[in-house]
Design a protein around this ligand. Structure first.
Ligand SMILES: Cc1ncc(COP(=O)(O)O)c(C=O)c1O
Length: 371
């Protein structure tokens, strides 16, 4: 991977040391061109043959769905377009037939915790999985899950301290009690390779504006094929209409996750995604993962050398946190120097550093020299 050549695709890197990809990723020129191609097409009303502009957009959505499915190793029929991670999580939660006395289990730091108006309406008990020394222990999960647990929720990588979940083990515990596993992979896709089939998880929601380098306002829900039929769409519109009168568009196949899409999609986002996927395919996700883990190992070593207390259990993900008094003020000071990381008071004063393939060891050195 020629990092110096790659960095030229991200002009902001000339000015910024950017180590905050867990917040928002950077956009390469190619993705900006993707956005612009959508605007230009609409502006010129540039359609092929007898296609309408809507058919052009829907065709692009189909193409990108296929490419994304290949990227995350699932089938296109198992992926639905949504608007944000929370949207996908809610589709899975609201589409579940809940019963009184059931429960959900989720980690204390979950970004969008599984305690919702729907689950409360049904009297579902939220059970919180607490970490010990930054680790969500499987032995603790085993004590929380029982035969009344319907869904175990977990982030594949924690946005707080970068803890990487053993999804396969979580699935085994949940499935032993008949519960489903609902994953938030927003901090992972684009940074590390994923294996949701191997991990045997049931639903995965993720957004692309971090490690997939854009867009915002478009996101995805993976529903394992076997569950598509049993999950009821919680919203309806022209795209998944069930009313049997005139339907303005083609019928949606109820055997596919497309049945969860109800209206106009974030079409511009598909044009951007097409380019970000093209970019990542060209680099190879395994190479991106290797690069990110090398950078994180380097960061771990440097933090240890400088006597910092690292909160992240192991250098296994793209996100690293360390305890730091006055983290928020330090992050503000760094931003003024054009060094971008996150500093938070929540869950204990900590700095969060999140790398992507375009970072260098020199970025890390510059951060630590000033933090
Ligand atoms: C783990 C995780 N999930 C989801 C999100 C974003 O949620 P949404 O896409 O619903 O806005 C973030 C943003 O920081 C996140 O860290």
């Amino acid at each position: 991977m020629d990092i110096q050549a790659i960095r030229k695709d991200f002009p902001v890197l000339k000015e910024w040391v950017y180590l905050d990809n867990a917040f928002v990723g950077l956009m390469p020129k190619q993705v900006r061109d993707g956005y612009n191609s959508y605007v230009d097409q609409w502006y010129r009303f540039d359609t092929t043959g007898d296609r309408t502009i809507l058919q052009e957009w829907l065709a692009k959505a189909r193409k990108v769905r296929k490419e994304l499915a290949k990227f995350v190793h699932v089938s296109p029929e198992e992926l639905a377009y949504t608007t944000c991670t929370g949207s996908g999580l809610n589709i899975a939660i609201n589409g579940t037939e809940w019963g009184q006395g059931e429960n959900t289990v989720f980690p204390e730091w979950e970004h969008s915790p599984l305690d919702t108006h729907t689950t409360r309406r049904y009297g579902v008990e939220p059970r919180v999985w607490k970490p010990r020394d930054g680790i969500f222990q499987l032995s603790d999960l085993e004590k929380l899950v029982d035969d009344k647990t319907r869904i175990v929720q977990i982030s594949e990588v924690s946005y707080v301290n970068g803890f990487k979940a053993d999804l396969k083990a979580v699935s085994e515990i949940a499935h032993n009690h008949g519960a489903k596993v609902l994953v938030d992979s927003t901090q992972v896709v684009g940074a590390l390779d994923v294996d949701w089939k191997g991990d045997n998880v049931d639903y995965v929601s993720f957004a692309p504006y971090k490690y997939l380098m854009g867009p915002a306002g478009l996101a995805f829900l993976y529903v394992k094929k076997e569950h598509i039929g049993e999950l009821t769409p919680d919203r309806i519109g022209w795209k998944n209409q069930i009313y049997e009168g005139d339907n303005p568009e083609d019928d949606v196949d109820l055997e596919t996750a497309e049945k969860f899409e109800y209206g106009t999609l974030h079409f511009q986002g598909h044009y951007a995604m097409e380019k970000s996927l093209e970019y990542l395919y060209r680099l190879g996700i395994k190479n991106v993962e290797k690069r990110n883990l090398e950078l994180v190992s380097y960061l771990f070593d440097k933090l240890t050398e400088s006597g910092k207390t690292i909160w992240t259990p192991e250098p296994k993900s793209n996100v690293v946190s360390y305890f730091q008094q006055g983290a928020r003020e330090i992050a503000t000071k760094l931003k003024a120097m054009k060094i971008k990381v996150t500093g938070r008071e929540a869950h204990g004063d900590h700095m969060r550093v999140s790398v992507h393939f375009y970072n260098t060891e020199a970025d890390i050195d510059k951060l630590l020299a000033n933090a």
